[in-house]
Design a protein around this ligand. Structure first.
Ligand code: PLP
Length: 343
């Protein structure tokens, strides 16, 4: 694949696609320590055919973004939270942790080195960063790897769901994403491999993605594809599912805070019954890639439940979107410690 050329990009029409940028950060875990850490240019990894990542899915990753502000600075949104979540994911899969402060520093190095690819301020486009850690080295039994590669690569992106702030519809899945005591709380490769078929089924039926229900009763909402669910009740409470098998979304926890402190809403993390959607005036999917995508309707057992509208974003969802993205792009004052300047 050819290296991307920033001068040829159409910033207003970026999709959510991989691009091979000039620089990535790479470090190798060998002989019990991280070594050879720094920026590299080669986008290809050379690993043993017996690497545990290939057979047993020993892989964890993160997703985060860099934002260009109107005064042309570049900033990160809560990168310390991604560092902490990657630590949890690594601990769950018996992988060595890349130190959290060094993680944030490495992210900044990648953004700076590729800064031509951080989209201009103005249309919501950002630089997406993908930190990744994989188990390598030759092992054939089911064991943790003797060696690891940690890498962070980046690319400019536009909307994840095609609609942007236009609502899209979802359907519930017959499949489970993760078990309650499994790996749902960790951002690990296997969870996503398991989601490919249900996601494809949803697309084939004309939906943006599927909504997972709890793996015990298939009754309580878990996640919206690779984003968390939230609903705004008719009496102005921001509600989001509580479950041991969903990914603790940094966006979701940020919205819980902003809903309460900036918008004056009630907030609650609790079980959300898929048969009790009438309580909501609005609903959305939230995550780094999805930002906030309004959910037009949710299909379950043949019935489509429409929340606010299939055509327009609801007023509270819009306010949450404006507040969140304002903080991310530096036009709304951020709570202490939420944004870090890169340059
Ligand atoms: C399964 C899943 N849920 C939720 C999220 C949203 O998390 P965050 O807001 O930290 O990006 C993601 C994306 O990272 C995800 O993959």
């Amino acid at each position: 694949m050819a290296k991307a050329d920033a001068s040829k990009l159409d910033w207003n029409n970026l999709g959510f696609e991989y691009m091979d940028l000039p620089y990535r950060f790479t470090a190798h875990w060998k002989d019990g320590k991280w070594q050879d850490a720094g920026l590299t240019e080669d986008a290809t990894l050379h690993i043993s055919e017996a690497s545990p990542v290939l057979h047993y899915g020993q892989a964890a990753f993160e997703g985060m973004k860099a934002y260009r502000t109107p005064d042309n600075h570049i900033q990160l949104f809560r990168p310390d939270r991604n560092a902490a979540r990657l630590r949890n994911s690594c601990e769950r899969l018996l992988m060595p942790v890349f130190p959290e402060d060094k993680f944030v520093d490495a992210v900044k190095q990648v953004v700076k080195a590729n800064s031509d690819f951080v989209p201009p301020y103005g249309n919501g486009a950002t630089m997406y960063l993908r930190p990744l850690i994989i188990g390598t080295g030759g092992v054939i039994g089911v064991h943790a790897a003797p060696e690891y590669i940690f890498t962070i690569f980046a690319m400019p992106v536009g909307n994840y769901f095609k609609g942007g702030l236009t609502p899209v519809n979802f359907t519930t899945s017959q499949y489970d994403r993760a078990a309650h005591k499994g790996t749902g709380q960790a951002k690990v490769g296997g969870n996503y491999a398991a989601s490919l078929l249900p996601g494809e089924n949803a697309h084939e039926n004309g939906y943006a993605d599927c909504v997972y229900l709890d793996p015990v009763e298939h009754r309580y909402i878990e996640e919206v594809g690779s984003a968390n669910f939230f609903g705004i009740t008719k009496d102005n409470v921001f509600k989001t599912p509580k479950s041991p098998s969903i990914l603790p979304s940094i966006t979701k926890y940020s919205l819980l805070y902003l809903a309460e402190h900036n918008l004056g809403l009630g907030v609650s993390e609790e079980k959300i019954d898929v048969h009790d959607l009438d309580q909501f005036a609005e609903a959305g999917a939230c995550g780094t890639a999805a930002v906030i995508s309004p959910i037009g309707g949710l299909e379950h057992d043949g019935d489509l439940h429409v929340f606010y509208s299939e055509k327009e974003v609801g007023p509270v969802t819009k306010k949450l979107y404006d507040t969140l993205t304002g903080i991310q792009f530096g036009t709304v004052e951020a709570p202490e410690g939420w944004v870090q300047q890169v340059e």
